[in-house]
Ligand binder design. Structure first.
Ligand code: ATP
Length: 323
């Protein structure tokens, strides 16, 4: 059931979070429609957990604003009931049984779906009498996921939900997640290092690196606007016009590419050089072949560009310190 409410699920404006002087998120702008499954990807320390914790109101921004489902996060009980969060370590109460957790969920959540919770516990084979402290990491994750889903929230937030699950359990979890989102028109925001999972379930993407949003958007739009340009015949002397080998990869100056093309990454492959570019207009025509990208290649291109920028920044700082 598609969501008809036009309020964005997530809207960030200049969102910045610092821990002391350390930036965890810097000047983030996001505007994501409802009913999406949003994949949040990025390297360790990129700021993913920070964004998720801001979205469920566990922490507050240093500056800028964040609205979740049209309101500031966790401002009142109604807003709290609309959002479910499963933290990275999938916390449960060790001394309580699985059944105790379901009873607690029923007490704490106004729209608790007891049938869904019991059914899911049965499907994943958890013994209701088992103490949560005796569950394996994967079983604990499944219990935490069940509690989140049975709350019937409008937005599910998961910090690396599938990390502790075996491949079969992960497959089942992702399947259930998609079914739940489709049935209720709910939205989901999940961080993951598993790009194959993101590719499978997400229709919206946020790539974070170095505390900044590198790219964000609808997955189909992103795939349509990004291409790989491959020089005919390959070889360093057969690059697209304007790209000079001795200026790669840092400080890329691609001054003779058509206007409106942003170079994301220059790669040297066994076929020679290729460029990953963004072109929001028509496919960039020129003396090169144009190939489509897989989502994983697109993500890696942005991460690699961010890593180059960060390394260049560190070299500049080291140079200044040495002077
Ligand atoms: N409570 C905290 N106090 C101080 N610094 C923090 C705190 N939480 C996070 N940070 C710092 O903020 C930055 C972003 O951390 P965050 O946990 O959001 O990254 P992440 O993308 O979720 O990483 P990972 O993939 O490793 O979980 C890191 O540099 C981290 O060290």
């Amino acid at each position: 059931m598609p969501h008809t409410d036009s309020t964005p699920v997530l809207r960030a404006d200049g969102l910045t979070k610092r821990y002391g002087r350390r930036p965890a998120l810097t000047d983030c702008h996001l505007d994501i429609p409802r009913g999406r499954v949003i994949g949040l990807v990025g390297p360790n320390g990129a700021g993913k957990s920070t964004l998720l914790q801001l979205a469920c109101g566990l922490i507050t921004p240093t500056s800028g604003t964040l609205e979740v489902l049209g309101s500031r996060p966790a401002t009142n009980a109604t807003q709290l009931a609309r959002v479910a969060f499963v933290a990275q370590d999938t916390p449960v109460y060790a001394a309580l049984t699985v059944a105790d957790h379901l009873r607690m969920g029923a007490r704490l959540n106004p729209s608790w779906d007891a049938g869904l919770a019991t059914r899911r516990i049965g499907q994943i084979g958890l013994d209701p009498r088992q103490k949560a402290g005796r569950l394996s990491g994967g079983q604990r994750a499944q219990l935490a996921l069940t509690l989140a889903v049975a709350k019937r929230p409008e937005l599910l937030i998961f910090d690396e939900p599938a990390a502790a699950l075996d491949p079969l359990a992960r497959d089942g979890f992702l399947h259930n997640l998609m079914a739940f989102v489709a049935e209720l028109g709910a939205s989901a925001l999940l961080s993951s290092h598993l790009l194959a999972d993101v590719e499978r379930v997400c229709d919206h993407l946020i790539v974070l690196a170095g505390s900044r949003v590198q790219v964000a958007g609808d997955v189909r739009d992103l795939l349509a606007s990004h291409h790989r340009l491959v020089a005919p015949g390959g070889g360093p002397d057969r690059l697209p016009a304007g790209v000079e080998v001795d200026r790669l990869p840092a400080g890329i100056e691609v001054d003779r590419l058509p206007a409106g093309i942003e170079v994301i990454r220059v790669e040297q492959t066994d076929r020679g050089h290729s460029l990953v570019v963004r072109s929001d207009g028509p496919r960039p025509a020129g003396p090169w072949s144009v190939e489509s990208l897989r989502l994983e290649e697109l993500v890696l291109s942005y991460l690699s560009r961010a890593a180059d920028v960060s390394a260049a920044g560190s070299r500049t700082m080291a140079g200044e310190a040495a002077r």
